[in-house]
Structures are given as C-alpha cells and as structure tokens.
Design a protein around this ligand. Structure first.
Ligand code: COA
Length: 189
C-alpha cells in the first residue's frame, strides 16, 4: 500500500496489488460498502465476488483509496478509473467530451457512518483529484443524494446536463427507476 495522506486522525492508502485489495476485503470492506449503499437512498448490494471484480477492475486501470482511523480500522474508500473503461457511462456523456480519454470516472466513494461529518470524504475527494492523471473527473450520483452532491460541489465539481435512469430491483424487492445526475471537475477550468 502506498501512504498518501496522514491527517486529522486518518490515513489514506492506495493499494497496488490484488493481494492488498483482498486483504482490504478480509478486514471488513464488504460491510463498510453495505453500510454506505445497502441503505437509503440506494438499497444496493452486489454479490461478494462481483464487488471484488468491480474493485479489481479499478485497481487494474485506475486507482483505489482506502482510509483508516487511528486504530487501523477501515473507515472510508474511493475509486476512479478511465471513463472509457465504463462503456455505459462513457456512452451517456459522450456529447460532453471532445477527448473522453482525458477524463476519469470517480465512481466510488463512501465513509463509515461513525466517521461522517468529520471531513473524511473531502480528504478522499482531494486525494482523488491529486491522484488523477488526466484533467477531467466525472462523478455520478442519485439525484436525491444531497450529501454527495453537496460535497462534490464544495470540492469544485459542477453539474452537467446529463441524467440517467437506471431500472433495477433494490434490496427491498422494489422495482425502481433510479435517476442519476452527473458532475464534472476540470483541473484546467
Ligand atoms: C457522501 C459521504 C461520502 C460524505 O461523507 P462525509 O465523510 O460525511 O463527508 P465530509 O465530512 O467530508 O463532508 C464534507 C461536506 O460534505 C457535505 N455533506 C456531508 N454530509 C452532508 C449532508 N448530510 N447533507 C448535506 N451536505 C452534506 C457538506 O458540504 C460538508 O461540508 P460541511 O461539513 O462544511 O457542511 C457519506 O455521507 C457517505 O458515505 N454516504 C453513503 C455513500 C454515498 O452516498 N456515496 C456517494 C455516492 S456518489
């Protein structure tokens, strides 16, 4: 793991190998992910193997960040990868980019409930911006996810006029039409 930030009682590390990623899953990543997403407004859960594949894919072509508290407990995460690696999202936003290869998709972000409101997600977003090797960063969130929209605005992301409807069955067994909105950060703006 590469140490990226050590501040305000948190350390943020970047795994380099699948072994390191496996270790993160062993020490509680799945329950942290569930705490963030298998609740309102998402009620989303991936089978464990699929969640590992999603994160392994990020590690291969993009990067992951994991945050730990003073006692070494895993308390936050973020992940980004080249936009073109996510065909579905890239297709949605193609009219916005002359050069989509100049954009990363910041698809993952979450912090443990007990650590919210302490600036941890902002630290993860700032580090995401620093680690991104291209000038644009796209994020997508549920239209009513106020904490996510607000924090990204505060970090300098701006809404773009693209929305997406995802039809899916949530973990409550309901068929939902999830409206997602997009925001873009441009290092050159
Ligand atoms: C969104 C999330 C990552 C924020 O994490 P956090 O560690 O609490 O964020 P921070 O403490 O760094 O918050 C900084 C800013 O975020 C915004 N914010 C955080 N919580 C908020 C809330 N409940 N309502 C509105 N804005 C909020 C504010 O602008 C805040 O700045 P302020 O403290 O000066 O008001 C966290 O709530 C989370 O994990 N949610 C579940 C998963 C999720 O929705 N991830 C994003 C998917 S796109």
């Amino acid at each position: 793991m590469i140490s990226c930030v050590d501040r305000s009682g948190y350390s943020i590390k970047k795994p380099e190998t699948l072994e390191e990623l496996k270790h993160t899953f062993k020490i509680g990543f799945i329950s942290l992910f569930d705490e963030c997403f298998n609740v309102a407004p998402y009620f989303l859960k991936y089978p464990d193997e699929q969640l590992f594949e999603i994160y392994a894919d990020h590690l291969k072509t993009g990067f992951l960040l994991f945050a730990y508290d003073k006692s070494g407990e895993l308390v936050g995460f973020a992940g980004s990868r080249p936009l073109l690696d996510d065909e579905y999202v890239a297709d949605d936003v193609k009219s916005f980019f002359k050069d989509p290869a100049d954009c990363y998709y910041h698809s993952e972000l979450g912090t443990a409930k007990a650590h919210r409101g302490k600036g941890l997600a902002m630290m993860l977003i700032e580090e995401t911006i620093k680690q991104t090797p291209v000038s644009k960063i796209l994020m997508r969130t549920k239209e009513n996810n106020a904490p996510s929209i607000e924090i990204h605005k505060k970090a300098g992301f701006k809404p773009i006029e693209v929305t997406q409807i995802i039809k899916r069955r949530n973990t409550l067994g309901e068929d939902v039409d999830d409206k997602r909105v997009y925001m873009l950060y441009d290092k050159k703006a």
